[in-house]
Design a protein around this ligand. Structure first.
Ligand code: ADP
Ligand code: MG
Length: 396
């Protein structure tokens, strides 16, 4: 994969596909982690006198112009973080984008409007995506792929555009792939994986693959209840994917055959309803009352998980241990984050919510080896899938 150092960018228009898909409350950005993660590439290009045109998506406007998904607030924040003006194009590849791109001087930066306002961006039809990619290609001389959070999507700006312009991987994509390769090709052992979050079905593929690479798999969060149910326990009104129970049982059997250790919660914090001020009670994982829901792993589980991480040399963590957005159910997630830090291992945190949890619970991001900006993309990589956006960049 070529890097930006391999491109002669001075005085040339460089289209940077970034991931600026930040959470918004109205037009207020509640977590600017992804904007910050895009800075190294943009700054490196500016320093070398490139004319930088940034393209990104926000939310799922489904091919329509929807003002609530406008990137305008992101342009303002990007400008603040760069300490330079970011010109904003009010369309994606139309008149405004052409005008803004054409007027850039060396070292200047522009952001075009949400790529997903155009149906061609996410279209399954190659010709429709191609037509949109042609219009984007007309804006620039070179392409840099740096939107790691979108590289698992076969979208026009991710997959078709780099086939039309000389291209390279940005700093972020390069680092992400480097780290993920380290996890899959030669992890230092013991290699422990912590999985949580809400849906088992999102993460089955990765579990399947990890059965061949990890030494220990710790399961918390909403997905733990499908595992507990697979072991025959009552899970009350907790999250449960009944149709995944057979698959989970099969994984537990295969793990036992292969000597991979599965660690499940031994206690859970239950609530009588899904609310921060709900009635709370910690119970053993095998005796959840039928009318209560588990919203966090309990303190004994937190201790057990920390002990299972203590001697690990490599740790990958995806998915919060509980509903960390509500402080009474944040304890398990906090304990696992601390467990990663205390392990001294090479630690990788993947997943949008997990990364947000680390920040919102007040941890210093630098205490972790790497915090991935792309949940879906990092999981698909670990599943062993080919990522369209990476394949396109590797294509010389
Ligand atoms: P990531 O984005 O890190 O991959 P997910 O999107 O899979 O993580 O899951 C994050 C969500 O899982 C959080 O919003 C959290 O509230 C929720 N969650 C975690 N534990 C539970 C639980 N026990 N019950 C319901 N939701 C949960
Ligand atoms: Mg998520």
């Amino acid at each position: 994969m070529r890097t930006i150092e391999d491109l002669d960018v001075t005085g040339r228009r460089v289209f940077v596909r970034a991931d600026l898909n930040v959470p918004l409350d109205g037009d207020r950005i509640t977590d600017d982690g992804r904007i910050r993660a895009s800075l190294p590439t943009i700054n490196a290009l500016r320093e070398r006198g490139a004319r930088v045109i940034v393209g990104a998506h926000l939310g799922r406007p489904k091919g329509q112009v929807k003002p609530e998904f406008s990137l305008r607030p992101v342009a303002a924040r990007l400008g603040e973080l760069l300490g330079a003006e970011v010109r904003f194009a009010t369309d994606t590849a139309g008149e405004s984008a052409r005008e803004v791109a054409g007027a850039l001087a060396d070292g200047e930066v522009a952001l075009v409007e949400n790529l997903r306002f155009e149906p061609g961006e996410t279209s399954k039809d190659d010709a429709e995506r191609g037509e949109f990619a042609d219009r984007l290609a007309a804006l620039a001389d070179l392409y840099v792929g740096d939107g790691f959070g979108a590289v698992h999507r076969k979208h026009a700006s991710v997959f078709d555009l780099p086939r039309r312009l000389p291209h390279a991987a940005g700093r972020l994509v390069f680092t992400e792939i480097d780290v993920l390769r380290r996890l899959t090709e030669s992890p230092q052992r013991p290699y422990a994986v912590v999985l949580g979050g809400s849906k088992v079905s999102d993460k089955l593929g990765v579990i399947e693959n990890l059965l061949g690479t990890a030494d220990r798999i710790l399961i918390g969060g909403g997905m733990a209840y499908t595992f507990l149910a697979a072991q025959g326990h009552e899970v009350g009104t907790s999250l449960l994917e009944r149709d995944q129970i057979d698959t989970v049982q099969e994984y537990l059997r295969r793990a036992a055959d292969k000597g991979v250790e599965f660690v499940l919660p031994v206690d859970v914090v239950t609530a009588d309803r899904f609310a921060a001020d709900a009635d709370r009670r910690t119970v053993d994982a095998d005796s959840i009352p039928a009318d209560r829901m588990g919203l966090d792993i309990g303190p004994r589980s937190a201790e057990l998980f920390a002990a299972k991480l203590a001697d690990a040399q490599t740790v990958f963590w995806n998915g919060p241990m509980g509903v960390f957005e509500m402080e009474p159910f944040a304890g398990g997630t906090r304990a696992v984050a601390q467990g990663l830090i205390d392990s001294g291992a090479f630690t990788v945190v993947g997943g949008g919510d997990s990364a947000a949890a680390v920040r919102s619970l007040g941890f210093d991001e630098r205490a972790f080896g790497h915090i991935s900006t792309g949940g879906g993309a990092s999981l698909e990589y670990l599943e062993g899938k080919t990522l369209p956006g990476i394949a396109a960049l590797e294509d010389e």
